[in-house]
Design a binder for this molecule. Sequence first.
Ligand SMILES: C[S@@+](CC[C@H](N)C(=O)[O-])C[C@H]1O[C@@H](n2cnc3c(N)ncnc32)[C@H](O)[C@@H]1O
Length: 301
Amino acid sequence: MSEKILRSPFFYIGDKYKLIKEIRQYFPQEIDAFIEPFVGGGSVFMNVRANEYYLNDIDSYVIKLHRHLSKYANNPDKLFALIDELVYYYGLSRSYKEDIIPHELKRVFKKTYFAQFNKEAYIKMRADFNQSSRKNMTLLYLLIIYGFNRMLRFNKNGDFNLPVGNVDFNANVVATLNEYFEQIVLKHPTWYNKDYKAFIKGLKLSERDLIYLDPPYLITFSEYNKLWNEKNEKELLALLDKLNDKRIRFAISNVTHYKERENTIFIKWCARYNVYPIKSNYISYHDNTIKEFNEVLVTNY
Ligand SMILES: C[S@@+](CC[C@H](N)C(=O)[O-])C[C@H]1O[C@@H](n2cnc3c(N)ncnc32)[C@H](O)[C@@H]1O
């Protein structure tokens, strides 16, 4: 596997881009099917070699976006042309091509000129997306790329509600898209939009496969952690025990300590498996030192 670590063009909150190098050293050499029940932006599968890929997320927009982008994997120019059209139509900044932001704006808003410049266009684009049955996935992708922290966020009525971010479509976004397309062509993943339990239940698993799980974390905060509770955590861990009984290999990421919080359910459960600290400044949970953020990878092989 090449050393270059690839990042998904979703720039997904909590993606494993920065940690994947450390994590994948614990993955088996030979993997038949690589299975991700919580795929998110996809920064993990992009950096793992296997014969087949089965990728799932409960968030229908995440999967719609993956499916949409994947359609252009063999013909990226077509997507870039669509993006160009929209960027020009809305009058958004376009660092991937040229710098159209006036000097005066840059002088007055030294650190926030992208947000200042794109604000109105962004609001218009967001309204158009919401008013057109939220079906245009190219538009949704642009809303993420130009949005605050590049998040995928909807309100209770189902409307996309992220404010503009201080970012734009730049050369880095183009590069990540091209890398994603290459991986899609190479790996032909199959996408699923189910709850992880139904997804795993529907697969024919073998001892040569690897299930990598990066679920929402019980003790940290993010949009997708809101719906995750102790019951979910226990059910997931019980399911992993069952997979272990069937000799199916799994690797799961989780956070054992975060500030004053401790994931006691997970800590107790993982004692019977292999626990690897992820992050160089990790402090073992077996000692009494102050624990800021301890991330681990747990494997059963
Ligand atoms: C920590 S993120 C995964 C990030 C991913 N590893 C990456 O690199 O982008 C967790 C994901 O689990 C998904 N999720 C939450 N509950 C789920 C469930 N019950 N079944 C399947 N996916 C779920 C969320 O939508 C979110 O995308």
